[in-house]
Each structure stands twice: as C-alpha cells, then as structure tokens.
Ligand binder design. Sequence first.
Ligand code: LRH
Ligand code: MN
Length: 427
Amino acid sequence: MNILPGQINGHNDLLEKKHRRDYQYLENKLTDDGHDTEELVRKIKALQVAIPSWALGTGGTRFGRFPGGGEPRNLEEKIGDIGTLHKLNRSSGAISLHIPWDIPDDPKAILDLAKDNDLVFDAVNSNTFQDQPRQAHSYKFGSLAHTEEAIRDRSIAHNLEVIKYGELLGSKSLTVWLADGTCFPGQQNFRKAFMRTLESLQEIYAGLPHDWKMLIEYKPYEPNFYSTVIQDWGSSHLLAGKLGNRAFSLVDLGHHLPNTNIEQIVALLIMEGKLGGFHFNDSKYGDDDLTVGSIKPYQLFLVFNELVEGIENPALSNPTPAWMIDASHNVKDPLEDLLQSVEAIKIAYARALLVKQHELEEAREQNDVVKAQELLQNAFRTDVRPLVAEARLRSTGALDPVGMFRELAIRQQLITERGHKTISTGL
Ligand code: LRH
Ligand code: MN
C-alpha cells in the first residue's frame, strides 16, 4: 500500500489555508505568552512513537471478535501498515515486536523492509503467558516464577532467544511482562515466587548485550485474578533496583487500579532514574487498551507534565523513556485508531511543553494552590492542534492523517489486496 508524496501534498494544499490561519493565531498567542514556537515545533516533530506489531488487526475479548477485513497476514504486511501510518503522521517511526507472534523469519529482509518504510525497531517483547503448539512445559502456573526449574529455564531461554531476534533488528531493549500469579488465596508463597522471578530475571539480565535495557512491565491483575507477581510499580522497581542500572520499569497506563495517581508514580520513577518507558493507551475500568486520551485526557496531560519537567530537569538523570503504544481495537479500524492515539500523545506532549514550570514551582513553594492549578489548566485548555499539525506538515506528513486515510480508501485497498477474512497475529 503505497502513498505518494504528491498525494500528501495534494491533500495538504486543500487544507493549508485554514491551517495557516489557525497556526498564525496560535503562534501569536503563544509568542505573546513568552513561548518559543519554533522550539516547540522542533520538539513535537522529534517525538516518535513505537507502534505495537500486535495491534494492527482487530482485537477481541472472550466474548467475541469482529474482524474488519484487510488485516496484515504476516510481519511484512505489518511493517507495510506501520509504514503507512508513518507516511501519514511522520510520528510512528518505530515498531515494537512481540515474539513469537512476529518472528522475523528472514531478519535481513525484514530490516531492509523496515528501512524502506523509514522505520526502526524499538523494544522486543517476550511471551511466556501463552503455550506454543507442542510446548513440553506449560505456562499455566507461571513462567519465570514457576515452582518447576525446567519451566523457569524454558522461560529464561525464550527471553534470551527474543534478545537474539532483537539484536538482528537493531532493537536495544527487552520488555518483560509476566502473567505469573494466582487466582486464589493460599495458591502461592509470595516471597518465593518473587525471589524465583528475580533469579530468573538475573539470568536474562546477564544475557543482555552491554548497550541494552530491560523494561519490567507491571500489572495488578488478568489473566490471574487474586495476585500477580509483578503487580505494581513497587514490585517492578524493587526488581529493577536489584537487577542493575540497565533495568527499568515500564508503565502501561492501563495497568493501574482505578483512580491510581499514575503521574505521581512517573514522577518518582524519574526521580530514581528508573523510568524505562510507556505503553500508552486509555481505560475506564480495567486493562481496556482503548485509544490514548479517549477517556482520561487530563491524566495523560499530567503524566506528560511530569515527563517534561523530569526529563528537562538538570538535577535528574532519567534516560529518555521508550514511547510505545499498547492498544487493542474491538470496534474501530486498527490503523485509524492508532493514528488517533499518536495524535493524542502529541497533543498531550505539546500541552505539557506549554506549562510554565518555574512559575508553577514558585506557586507550589508558596502553596498558592489556585495559581498552580491555573498554570496547569491554561496549558491543558490551549488548543495545540495547529502546533502538532505544523510539526507534521514540516515533516512532510498529512495535515489530517485520519482524513487522508479515508480519502485514499486505504482500508478498502487493503481488503481488496488481502481479503475480508485475514486475521493478524496478536491480541
Ligand atoms: C499485558 C500487555 C503486555 C503485552 C500484552 C500484549 O496486558 O500490556 O504489554 O505483552 O499486553
Ligand atoms: Mn502493555
């Protein structure tokens, strides 16, 4: 599915006049307010979001799955679809692979295809939460935390294998998310399970190439419904601290119990220099994996406010986190949904860049609650879409990515090419 530069220019020509007017108005407003709009555009352009290889088809739940047609049938077509997203928004320049859902049979060819689509490989994800066909040892009762050494060894070997695939593709980090846990009280010795997990992760950590990171993703429940070994940021941070300075916590926004103050967790992980990355999505109840910013946009803004303050704070030294989406699409076109999610991430980042951090800190020190809130909400209530669009335009992207996706009838083209019934690997 190829999008020609001429098609993007044609699309932008029709929208440019309105965009210019909107951008001019915002540029004047922000300049009057003391902002350097060129610096803002530069930063917004630079933010690249990694697209999950497991979220390019229609997701489902145990109650059903309603495929929309034209889903990618293999890794090559997935890279093609992410390439399409990147051509439209010039902000989806990375792929996060999940093994074994997306094993690169011919890594050289896959690397070349990614290059052709101007894509790089972000974190690779291991999978010790599903038994593979003819697998001798089941993960039913866990993997790295399992009571049986043979199953722990198999899980460790799988993670080392995933690192090997990542090395062939130029990835520099391994994401470990474990379903390991219990469904009933009494089922597990919490300390033993944690220590077995730590010892297993230490073997994987020892196999990490010197310039790689390990990202430890926590989650309170599902698929286990009483306890999860790596259940919250505390258990993830404890492990990362014991493993070493190349182990970090990964914050999946959907992996928090209702009303958890995620921005406070982000602030503390940055303080510790242990924030490794994000799985952006949104949720109202559980790990719903909904479109980023579709349910709690203010929370997303507050998370980015902590990120902007933390990463630009000279007193802190957290490495730049991995920006990744982790979503699943039950009722929307997967590609349109991902375009919306990337846009929401860019908008949250742009708004956070407008927060006057020094004035905010002064207001906090003087306990001027109203002033502090006004400074935050002024930024949040600023319509930054022209700024994000200007950054996209200057990156030769489409002014309206979802609009252009529809103008070009891309889904219809993919259905014609791949058929209605194709199912892509992943969730
Ligand atoms: C677990 C999770 C994890 C992935 C999986 C696809 O809920 O967020 O990041 O491995 O989704
Ligand atoms: Mn996740």
